[in-house]
Design a protein around this ligand. Structure first.
Ligand SMILES: *Cc1c(COP(=O)(O)O)cnc(C)c1O
Length: 465
């Protein structure tokens, strides 16, 4: 049976209709899900049917079953965790990536997706002001991008120590010390765990979560042997940036590899507004960022950037006989990330950047931060509200007096469902945390969010539930 359009048309048309209905609903629906996994498991479950079913009917059923369990993450009123929406061109491109169904591993086999990803990589390096000769790998997210950067670091510092990591592995290897800011993201710890590097050694941070250069200098002075330093551009709670130039220069003076987790904060480098905050960022050895956060492409898309492509290829490259590979030229897409077969997830990045252009990318990031400032200023006016961080980027951390009141207001706000913000705990305090990461958030959404917080405060203070 030839895979003609007729075999797909019905399923695709129905899917398009359901997705457009979904997108039309996100602005006005209750932001959180209105059911539980347990309830949905029953709906989705039951015995697997014996006989095949019509593809279009399967798509319809899926849409109907899923609807109550979806969270309005694409909404401009979604401020939870750090979650971007999807730019229209990126979503269209993502659909085409599925439709083309290319295994994007090899340059010679799938030149179209390889070329689009390479172009996207060059645009990213230019926009983010990172060294043009860096290798760019498209990973599944920030966690894997951190894994890739830290894996390159592990390779490099062990090579410097004369250890053949490929042949010998980690058993008996010289001890690699990893210095991490005490407020690094959990995914850095996870990546270190996958790499067999154990727990990083904490370096003290200031009240905004920025690593203290003096503490880093002290820690570096006490280490003997290979060292990796993991810095952070964009703290989850404050949005703050580690002092890049000073820390990187200190680390390099000790022969360390410097990795920067910039899952959302790396994007500050696109605008002059954060010239000081990102000063020296380009001196690091590897960087991790997400495209599914600030750039607003669909899941899942992280970006790993490594200044020394040859080191990265020694970690992830391979030359088995059955592949089609060139003898020279750029490495294959698979040789930069831990996956062989994968979707062409860099193609939506190409489309997002094409849609935005340089000016649009700058405006996007500046707008997210301006909305965060407006939210902080508006909520600060409300009774008993306190903004806990310097709002330097897209993150706002709030408290409302006692821990109990803060928790109650957070719960009330989420239950009301007009907006979504996450509860968290920062520096020993329960907080309400805002992340402005959706391209579509506008001043109306900001006003609605301030109003929603005001209502939650009122409800809690009047004892109502
Ligand atoms: C989101 C985030 C990560 C992890 O990224 P995933 O895409 O969720 O894997 C890492 N670091 C920071 C600072 C983040 O905000």
């Amino acid at each position: 049976m030839a895979p003609s359009a007729d075999l797909y048309r019905d399923a695709l048309n129905r899917a398009e209709g359901h997705v457009l209905d979904w997108l039309d609903s996100v602005d006005s629906r209750h932001v959180g899900p209105i059911t539980t996994v347990e309830q949905l498991t029953d709906a989705f479950g039951g015995p697997l049917n014996d006989e095949p079913r019509d593809p279009g009917a399967v798509v319809d059923e899926l849409a109907r079953l899923a609807e109550p369990g979806l969270m309005a993450m694409p909404s401009g009123k979604f401020f939870g965790w750090v979650i971007g929406g999807t730019l229209p061109a990126a979503l269209g491109a993502d659909w085409m990536v599925s439709g083309w169904d290319q295994n994007a591993a090899m340059r010679l086999a799938t030149p179209a997706t390889a070329a689009a990803e390479e172009a996207a990589g060059r645009w990213l390096l230019e926009l983010l002001r990172l060294p043009a000769a860096s290798a760019v790998g498209f990973a599944t997210g920030g966690t894997t991008a951190n894994f890739v950067g830290l894996a390159a670091g592990r390779q490099f510092v062990l090579e410097q120590a004369g250890w053949d990591l490929e042949a010998e592995g980690m058993s008996g290897a010289p001890k690699v010390t990893v210095l991490v800011g005490e407020e690094r993201h959990t995914s850095v710890d996870m990546a270190l765990r996958y790499l067999g590097l154990g727990r990083g050694q904490n370096v003290a941070a200031d009240e905004q979560g920025r690593i203290l250069p003096d503490a880093l200098a002290e820690a570096l002075a006490a280490v003997d042997g290979p060292v990796i330093v993991a810095l952070q551009a964009g703290n989850l709670h404050s949005g703050a940036f580690d002092p890049m130039r000073e820390c990187i220069e200190l680390a390099h003076a000790s022969g360390a590899w410097v990795h920067v987790d910039g899952a959302f904060g790396l994007w500050a480098a696109v605008s002059e507004e954060w010239q000081d905050a990102t000063d020296g960022l380009e001196l690091a050895d590897s960087w991790a960022t997400d495209a599914h956060k600030t750039l607003n492409v669909p899941y899942d898309c992280g970006v790993a950037i490594v200044s020394r492509p040859e080191v990265l290829e020694r970690v992830f490259g391979a030359r088995p006989a059955y592949l089609i590979q060139a003898d020279d030229g750029p490495s294959d897409p698979f040789a930069r990330v831990p996956e062989f077969s994968r979707r062409a997830r860099g193609v939506p990045v190409w489309a997002a950047l094409r849609q935005l252009g340089r000016r649009g990318a700058i405006e996007l990031v500046e707008r997210l931060a301006a909305n965060a400032r407006a939210l902080a200023a508006g909520i600060a006016e409300l009774p008993g509200a306190e903004v806990l961080n310097e709002v330097v980027f897209t993150q706002v951390s709030l408290a409302f007096g006692s821990e109990e009141r803060t928790r109650a207001i957070t719960q009330r706000l989420i239950a009301d469902g007009a907006v979504w913000m996450s509860g968290s705990n920062w520096r020993g305090r329960d907080i309400l945390r805002i992340s402005v990461s959706n391209w579509s958030t506008d001043s109306g959404d900001v006003a609605a969010a301030i109003e929603a917080v005001a209502k939650a405060i009122q409800a809690v203070d009047s004892g109502g539930d």
